[in-house]
Design a protein around this ligand. Structure first.
Ligand code: MG
Ligand code: ZN
Length: 184
């Protein structure tokens, strides 16, 4: 079994954009996100990204550019000494009614089939309500960060543990104070 942390992408790892990230120039790391992933890796976690990218299904972003974005994220994170082990992406438009688009748990189930982790002890860090819902549906522990859409999601789910950003989460998870946080 792997020790895994699941991360949403936009608003958690990189800065969210109102109209999604569709060009490379719009891909900007959230401050400290590279160090956060590095800290998780050093602590022995596999880091998996769980992201909806309906912009692909809508024809606004090519698979090639999406792959370049993920290469770029990996390169930035590598400088800090970390690594995303795998990106799980739903590229379907909402109208496709697929089984993987969050808030459905399909992407997390794909990740679990590949990495064999116990969802009951696995955090899914997101910034949106659909992240909380997907995490819960998959039996994971939802966590919120206040970057991206996080303030709005926190207002809807005040019982979900919340951190300022991914670095604050990773610092606590890899430190000694995590057991004080309890599951909702
Ligand atoms: Mg997000
Ligand atoms: Zn999908």
């Amino acid at each position: 079994m792997s020790r895994v942390v699941l991360l949403d992408r936009d608003g958690v790892l990189n800065v969210d954009r109102p109209a999604s990230v569709t060009v490379l120039e719009d891909l900007v790391l959230e401050p400290g996100a590279d160090r956060a992933v590095a800290a998780l890796c050093r602590a022995g976690y596999r880091v998996l990204v769980i992201t909806n990218q309906a912009v692909v299904g809508r024809g606004l972003l090519s698979e090639e550019t999406l792959a370049l974005m993920h290469q770029r994220l990996q390169a930035w994170i590598a400088v800090a000494g970390g690594r995303i082990d795998q990106f799980f992406v739903c590229t379907h438009a909402p109208s496709a009614n697929c089984a993987c688009r969050k808030p459905k748990p399909g992407l997390i189930e794909q990740a679990r089939a590949t990495w064999d982790f116990d969802p009951a002890v696995t955090w899914f860090v997101g910034d949106a309500e659909r992240d909380v819902e997907a995490g819960r549906s998959a039996g994971c522990r939802p966590a919120l960060v206040l970057t991206g859409k996080g303030r709005e999601a926190h207002a809807h789910y005040p019982e979900v543990p919340v951190w300022d950003d991914l670095l604050a989460f990773a610092t606590e998870l890899t430190g000694t104070s995590m057991p004080t946080r309890t599951m909702p």
